[in-house]
Design a protein around this ligand. Sequence first.
Ligand code: ZN
Length: 253
Amino acid sequence: MTELTDRELERYARNVILDEVGEAGQLKLLQSKVLVVGAGGLGAPLLLYLAAAGIGTIGIIDNDTVDVTNLQRQVIHDDAAVDRPKVESATKRLRALNPDIVIQPIAARLDAENAESIIARFDLVADGSDNFATRYLLNDLCYRLKKPLVSAALLRFEAQISTFKAYLGSPHPCYRCLFPEQPPEDLIPRCEQAGILGPVAGVMGSLQATEILKEILGIGDGLSGRLLMFDALGPTFREVRFKRDPDCRTCGA
Ligand code: ZN
């Protein structure tokens, strides 16, 4: 594939017209393979924007079913999908949105057994999971397999996002440089217990999609070494810079 078809030129016209994207950039998007972990609050807007932008292959891994309490924020699912697997509901919606790309649903929970072989099939990973075990697993495997990881998290009115590319070497840090120890799962409440204002997930999932497109296109400044925090009540965006930890158990010497 060295040039866009007429159909692609039309569909992606508003991308292609951007000098920073152009036909070459759109081809990069179409040739890229992105794995999205979780088809929930973050995954919903993220998947919709990645599919709309023409990411050529999108993997979705999730083992959950749609619950009626999800619909307040997980905008990729609809009322008719309640009790159906999230990957099935998301795949149906994405194929309706953009029939020209490949969607690969994986109805499973990412774990130490399956993660490596799944991640290896993709160029880049977006973490929209809701638990620390998955976050640390993705960090360690994406480092080892040299895949950029765009990771985000949500709670109540707040959200945060960063990008991890520690495999490139210093000064790029990994998630474990930032948070060395995995906290107990019950220490920090999840959205089910603490609540989440629906559009906060939309803001952060959309930012995650933006950073993924930028990473693929190689434009702008990425979020490696920067934790961007959003507080919807301010509303404020605040940034914390963090360094690679030479003693990190994942990326240290
Ligand atoms: Zn590290």
